[in-house]
Design a protein around this ligand. Structure first.
Ligand SMILES: Nc1ncnc2c1ncn2[C@@H]1O[C@H](COP(=O)(O)OP(=O)(O)O)[C@@H](O)[C@H]1O
Ligand SMILES: [Mg+2]
Length: 248
C-alpha cells in the first residue's frame, strides 16, 4: 500500500528536531528482481534475480562493470521504471504492481535522485533549480524559497544561489543537485555515479557532504560508484554481476 502523501510543511533538517537525529530512512528489500529490455537484437535480460536488503538509514555502495544494470536497479528502486518480476519493498511501499500516478507519488514522497550529469536546468539559477523540485508541493512560494535557501546553505552554496549552472564548477553543480534532491525530504537518496564527472578532490568533497547530510537526515543512501576509494567508505558494499547482486 502507498503511504498517504504528506505535503504539510514540516521542519527542515537544520531545525532542531531533525538535527537531533530522527531516523527517517526506509529499508529496501528485493527478492528475485528481474528486468529485461526489448533491444534491437532481441530481449536483453539485465537483472536476472536480484536479492538485496539495505537497512533503514543504511549506507550502501553498489558497484559493477559498465552495462551490469546498476542504473536499471536504481530506476526500479526509485520508481522510475515499473517492476517486471520479483518483489521490491521500500519502507511501507510494495512496488509490485505499482505504476503511473502511484509510482510518481512514491517518487515524490520518498526518493531523491542525484545523477552523474547533475541534471540541472541551464536557464535557471541554483536557487530556482532547487525550488523547482517542490513545484508540485502545496507549500507556498515563500516557504519553498526559504527551504531552497536553507538547503543551499546546507551544501555550502549560499553565496552561489543566483549563479546559473554554467557559472558553477562541477563540484558546485553537484552540490546544487544534492540540495535539489533533498527538497522533498526524501527517505531514500539514490546517487548514480555522482562523482563520475568530477576531479578527485571535488569527488571526495561531494561524498563527504552526502555522508554529512545523511548523518543529519538519516535517509537511506545508495551510491553507485566506480571509485574504489569512495566505495569502501560505505557500510555495505554490493556488487552487481551477471544480473545478480552479491555482498562484498
Ligand atoms: N531503455 C533501454 N533499452 C534497451 N536496453 C537498455 C535500456 N537501458 C539500458 N539498456 C541496456 O541494459 C544494460 C544495463 O544498463 P544500465 O542499467 O544502464 O547499466 P550500468 O548502469 O550498470 O552501466 C546495458 O547493456 C544497456 O545497454
Ligand atoms: Mg549506469
Amino acid at each position: 500500500m502507498m503511504e498517504p502523501m504528506d505535503t504539510r510543511a514540516r521542519p527542515g533538517p537544520v531545525d532542531e528536531a531533525d538535527a537531533l537525529g530522527e531516523r527517517r530512512g526506509v529499508e529496501i528489500r528485493a527478492a528475485g528482481l528481474r528486468h529485461a529490455y526489448a533491444a534491437p537484437e532481441g530481449r536483453l535480460d539485465v537483472l536476472t534475480g536480484v536479492d538485496l536488503d539495505v537497512p533503514a538509514g543504511g549506507y550502501c555502495a553498489l558497484q559493477g562493470p559498465s552495462g551490469a544494470g546498476k542504473t536499471t536497479l536504481l530506476a526500479l528502486i526509485g520508481g522510475l521504471e515499473p517492476l517486471q518480476a520479483g518483489t521490491l519493498q521500500v519502507g511501507d511501499v510494495d512496488l509490485a504492481g505499482v505504476g503511473g500516478d502511484a509510482l510518481a507519488a512514491y517518487r515524490r514522497s520518498t526518493v531523491g535522485f542525484v545523477f552523474q550529469d547533475f541534471g540541472l536546468l541551464e536557464t535557471l539559477t541554483a536557487r530556482e533549480n532547487v525550488e523547482l523540485a517542490a513545484t508540485l508541493d502545496r507549500a507556498p512560494p515563500a516557504e519553498r524559497r526559504r527551504r531552497a535557501d536553507e538547503l543551499l546553505a546546507a551544501v555550502g552554496l549560499s553565496d552561489r544561489s543566483r549563479h546559473r549552472p554554467a557559472q558553477l564548477s562541477g563540484g558546485e553543480r553537484q552540490r546544487v543537485a544534492m540540495a535539489r534532491a533533498l527538497m522533498n525530504r526524501p527517505r531514500l537518496l539514490l546517487a548514480d555515479e555522482p562523482t563520475g564527472n568530477l576531479d578527485e578532490a571535488s569527488a571526495v568533497g561531494v561524498i563527504e557532504l552526502l555522508e554529512e547530510l545523511q548523518r543529519q537526515w538519516g535517509f537511506t543512501l545508495v551510491l553507485v560508484t566506480h571509485n574504489q576509494a569512495l566505495a569502501v567508505r560505505a557500510v555495505q558494499r554490493l556488487l552487481l554481476k551477471a544480473g545478480k547482486v552479491v555482498e562484498r
